[in-house]
Each structure stands twice: as structure tokens, then as C-alpha cells.
Design a protein around this ligand. Structure first.
Ligand SMILES: Cc1ncc(COP(=O)(O)O)c(C=O)c1O
Length: 417
């Protein structure tokens, strides 16, 4: 006889709270506390000067570049700022189209628009990332760049994406906000494209609450990223005021990271391997325990070894069961959800209806013929997104947590899928 589901008044599998999904923040300890305290007593919270500047932002940049295996890193204030900086470093702006996968957080598309370019959406496959086989379909003469997004730890097939992009002379900007530490064939996500980004926001793997980074191997792109994030200046090379008439100077933003943020970022980077190891171990145990249950399959992982392990995403056979499944399993005390409400990113009204803060129509009015969005423009992605249910995996899970998830999925799948 089937166990009565909690949603129907039965006993829930789990009655205590699940560990929250804040992978890096849940490992905060005296290291982060002492690091921020050190900045307080240095009286030097600004990265470029102060009475006793420690240089934590610079240290973070140096260590991040080394850890990922690239030449250069620029720390910035958010993952969104990082994508905008990467786009502007690459010279992308009005009149340009940039390919964005149909599954991503709104920031990827929003950053393109904020950079003055127009996003064009491309199909995803069952990994939830850009489908390299469909990429070519959305490239035209105005396309300047593509932004692959490794979704929740799952590395993208960068060899295939780079092959298509190179053939069309596109700039590649990996938005690795959700996948810091993931690798594809042993190489870090965020190091395949020409200039790439990470986020340090609260739900990301390493976190400083808010923060981000741009990484590249290209000295020119690095210089331009530094200038864009700091009002056009390249202080380490030129000081406050450039006197070099040859310099590639242009107007920029203030996306500088503070020393407090840099201090925490250094400590989080030192813990990255631990975070990855904890999440990967948990995910392996979950997958093992959930083998062979009917009604769903695991989303495709392009490189199991390189998966950061921060999410378990199931693709249900029948999309109409996604909401009932999530409701039933939440009642069992297990925090499954539907990633991005089971919809492509372009369904968010500000994207779908091209709403910008001013009435000019910029930057959409810079592209001819105009790019218009419709709900069904990426039909495969619509179908795949509707089938997803996701469970975020933290860094502090116990064997009991794993057992509870397995028991609840079996119980609910049996009766709901
Ligand atoms: C894929 C992706 N890109 C960009 C961002 C933006 O990062 P942030 O929130 O640090 O601006 C996020 C997350 O927030 C994200 O998930």
C-alpha cells in the first residue's frame, strides 16, 4: 500500500528545516570575521589607496586568476557588473546582437541590454545550457557575441560552442556566475571564452553577499575591463590621470570592489575546493539513491567529473506533473522548486516586452530589422524548461538529508508522476 502523501494529510518525510542553499555563506567562520576585522582596523576599505592599504582585492584577483588558470582577473561589484564590463571590454554596444541561451537568470540578458546591445535567444538542450547544434540558426550579420551560461554547476560543451563561435568570428563571454569551480575536460568554466565572468552573490558557490569578477587571458581585454570598471582609469599602469596620448581611454563606470568584499572573497576562494567536494559528494549520493525511479531522468551533464554539484535537476517525462510534484514534495519537507518557474528567461515581462527605463526604445531601436520576442520563439526550450524540477544542494548536508530526499522522491514519484 502507498504511504499517504503529506499533501493529503499523511506524515511528512521531513519535519525539520533543510539546510539553506547558501553554499559559501554556510561555511563562514572566524576566517571571514578576522579578514573583515583586519580591514576595519586598517582604516583602508578602498582598493586603490588608504593609510594602511592591505590590498585584499588585488590579492583576490591574483589568486582567482591562478586558481582558474588564466592570466588576469578584475574584481567587480556583482555578476551583472561583470557581464556588462566584459561586453564593454569587448567593444560591444548599440547595433550589435548578442546570443543568450533561453535558460539563464535575467541578469545575462539584462546586462546585454544595459550594455546597449540586443539579446537574441538561442535554444537549450537537456543540460539546460546552450544547444551547440542550434547556435548557428540564430547568428546573422549583426551578431557580435555569444554568452554560454553553465547552469547551476553543469559545464557547457565549450569545445563545440567555441568551434561554432570561431567559425563566425564571435566573441565568447562565458557567464559562469552559477558555476565557479566547475570544469569541462579538466579546465575551469570561465576560461574558455575570450572574456568571462563569475558572481559572488549570496546564492552563488563562493559568496561575499554581492560581488563578481571578470577573467581573461587577453591583455587588451583586461586593460579595457579595468578601465570600464573604474571610470576609464588604469591606475596600476598610469595612476589617476593618464598622460599617454596612445592610451585606449574611454568613459566607464564605478564597479570597483571594496576591500571588505575582497577580504571575504579571498577566504571564500580558499574554501572553494571544500565547497565543491561537499556538494559533489552529496550529489553523487543523491543520484545513486534515485537511480531507476520512473517518471523522470536526470538532466544531461556534459562532464560528470566537472559538475560543481550545486543542483540536482530532474526532467520529468510529463511536464504537466511538475507543479503537482513540487507541491507534493515540498509538503514532505523537501525544498524542490522549478528553476525559473519552468519558463525561458525571455518570458520575464521586461524582456518579452522590451521595457527599458526610458521611453526612447534604445537599444532595441538600433537594430534593423527590429528584433521581436514571442513566447514560442524557442520551442524546444519551452518544452524542456516546463519539465524541470530542481533541488539546490548546499555545502553542509548530512547523510540524513540525503536519505530524506531519496525517501521523499520515491514516495512522491510513485503517486504523482
Ligand atoms: C547566470 C547568471 N548571470 C548573472 C547573474 C548576476 O549576478 P549578480 O546577482 O551578482 O549580479 C546571476 C545571478 O544572480 C546569474 O545566475
Amino acid at each position: 500500500m502507498n504511504e499517504k502523501l503529506a499533501i493529503n494529510g499523511g506524515e511528512p518525510v521531513r519535519s525539520t528545516a533543510f539546510p539553506p542553499y547558501y553554499p559559501g555563506a554556510m561555511l563562514y567562520d572566524s576566517k571571514e570575521a578576522n579578514a573583515t576585522s583586519e580591514i576595519t582596523f586598517s582604516h583602508s576599505p578602498f582598493r586603490y589607496y588608504g593609510p594602511n592599504l592591505i590590498g585584499k582585492v588585488k590579492q583576490f584577483e591574483t589568486e582567482l586568476a591562478k586558481k582558474m588558470g588564466v592570466q588576469y582577473a578584475v574584481a567587480v561589484t556583482s555578476g551583472t557588473a561583470a557581464v556588462i564590463t566584459a561586453l564593454k571590454a569587448a567593444g560591444i554596444g548599440p547595433g550589435d546582437k548578442v546570443i543568450v541561451p533561453a535558460c539563464t537568470f535575467i541578469a545575462t540578458a539584462g546586462a546585454v541590454i544595459c550594455a546597449g546591445a540586443v539579446p537574441v535567444f538561442a535554444e537549450i538542450d537537456e543540460s539546460l545550457s546552450l544547444d551547440p547544434n542550434k547556435l548557428e540558426e540564430v547568428i546573422d550579420k549583426d551578431t557580435k557575441a555569444v554568452i554560454p551560461v553553465p547552469i547551476l554547476g553543469n559545464p557547457c560543451p565549450m569545445d563545440r560552442i567555441m568551434e561554432v563561435a570561431n567559425r563566425h568570428h564571435l566573441i565568447v563571454i562565458e557567464d559562469a556566475a552559477q558555476s565557479c569551480g566547475a570544469t569541462y575536460h579538466g579546465k575551469a568554466m570561465g576560461t574558455f571564452g575570450h572574456i568571462n565572468t563569475y558572481s559572488l552573490q549570496m546564492n552563488k558557490i563562493m559568496t561575499t553577499g554581492e560581488g563578481g569578477a571578470v577573467v581573461t587571458d587577453d591583455p587588451k581585454l583586461y586593460e579595457r575591463a579595468v578601465r570600464y570598471h573604474d571610470q576609464g582609469m588604469f591606475r596600476e599602469a598610469e595612476g589617476f590621470l593618464s598622460t599617454n596620448p596612445e592610451a585606449d581611454i574611454f568613459v566607464g563606470q564605478n564597479y570597483r570592489m571594496s576591500e571588505f568584499t575582497g577580504a571575504v572573497a579571498v577566504e571564500q576562494l580558499h574554501k572553494l575546493d571544500q565547497m565543491l567536494s561537499n556538494m559533489r559528494k552529496t550529489k553523487r549520493a543523491l543520484r545513486q539513491g534515485l537511480q531507476g525511479i520512473s517518471g523522470f531522468r536526470f538532466r544531461h551533464i556534459h562532464d560528470e567529473e566537472g559538475d560543481a554539484g550545486n543542483a540536482l535537476i530532474l526532467l520529468l517525462d510529463d511536464a504537466s506533473r511538475a507543479v503537482p510534484f513540487v507541491r507534493a514534495i515540498q509538503a514532505e519537507g523537501i525544498p524542490f522548486g522549478q528553476l525559473y518557474n519552468g519558463q525561458p528567461v525571455y518570458m520575464q515581462p521586461q524582456i518579452l516586452h522590451q521595457r527599458t527605463p526610458d521611453p526612447s526604445g534604445f537599444p532595441f531601436n538600433m537594430v534593423h530589422p527590429p528584433v521581436r520576442y514571442t513566447p514560442d520563439m524557442c520551442p524546444e526550450s519551452v518544452k524542456i524548461m516546463a519539465r524541470n524540477v530542481d533541488l539546490m544542494i548546499g555545502t553542509t548536508w548530512t547523510e540524513q538529508d540525503v536519505d530524506d530526499v531519496i525517501r521523499a522522491v520515491k514516495k512522491v514519484a510513485d503517486q504523482v508522476l
